[in-house]
Write a protein that binds this ligand. Structure first.
Ligand code: UP5
Ligand code: MG
Length: 196
């Protein structure tokens, strides 16, 4: 991390809402570093010497949430390693425990600028993930069984996190059911009006 307190934008939304796709574009246009919590967990699990691999893989397949200490540490390390100061944290925090764990580890060390919420209906989310799975995404959770569980976790645990941040007026909602370019138009509107 840079010496200045880093800015963080949490990026939330259902499975397949388009978080990753839009973060790539945001990173390119606005110079934020894109950190996908899911990607960091998958990378960690793929390491042959990782003691956490099996546990992480089970959570991913079941759509359940990895203990916050693990995810938070991976995020903090990636932030430090980048040496940058503006971050998109994609797919985290996913539940109240994640919010609390982040606060405990990062309070005073990072400034949460806003929560970018990609709002997308369940049917569209599932169809996108199944389509991606069919094209050989290699993701162990792009199948109907895992998706049912991912949707339940999202509705029960992650939506309440969005509501929590809504109370602090931090949520920027974007309709993520439109096509990629249209969603990015709305995203740009958010970023062009963002106070640092
Ligand atoms: N696509 C994207 N946008 C589109 C659009 N506007 N119109 C049409 N198609 C669109 O997109 C998904 C697919 O849809 C792609 O094929 C894309 O081309 C197309 P993507 O941008 O990948 O969507 P995203 O929202 O990133 O979907 P993802 O599947 O990555 O979301 P999840 O939140 O389910 O997955 P994540 O990787 O964040 O987490 C996976 C698992 O890791 C979790 O279930 C959990 O078990 C674990 N996890 C934790 O435990 N803790 C964490 O903090 C994070 C993850
Ligand atoms: Mg993603």
């Amino acid at each position: 991390m840079a010496s200045k307190k880093p800015n963080v934008i949490f990026v939330l939304g259902g499975p397949g809402a388009g978080k990753g796709t839009q973060c790539v574009r945001i990173a390119e246009k606005y110079g934020y570093v894109h950190l996908s919590a899911g990607d960091l967990l998958r990378e960690e699990a793929a390491k042959p010497d990782s003691s956490l691999g099996q546990e992480i893989n089970e959570h991913i397949k079941n759509g359940s949430i990895v203990p916050v200490a693990v995810t938070c540490k991976l995020l903090e390390n990636a932030m430090k390693k980048s040496g940058k100061e503006n971050f998109l944290i994609d797919g985290f925090p996913r539940n109240k425990d994640n919010v609390d764990g982040w606060k405990q580890a990062m309070d005073g060390k990072a400034n949460v600028q806003c929560v970018l919420f990609f709002d997308c209906d369940e049917k569209t989310c599932v169809a996108r993930c199944l389509d991606r799975g069919g094209k050989g995404s290699g993701r162990t959770d792009d199948n109907e069984e895992s998706l049912k569980k991912r949707i339940v976790t999202y509705n029960e645990s992650t939506r309440p996190v969005v509501e929590l941040y809504e109370k602090d007026n931090l949520v920027k909602r974007v309709d993520a059911s439109k096509d990629v370019d249209k969603v990015f138009q709305d995203v740009q509107h958010v970023f062009n009006n963002l106070k640092s």
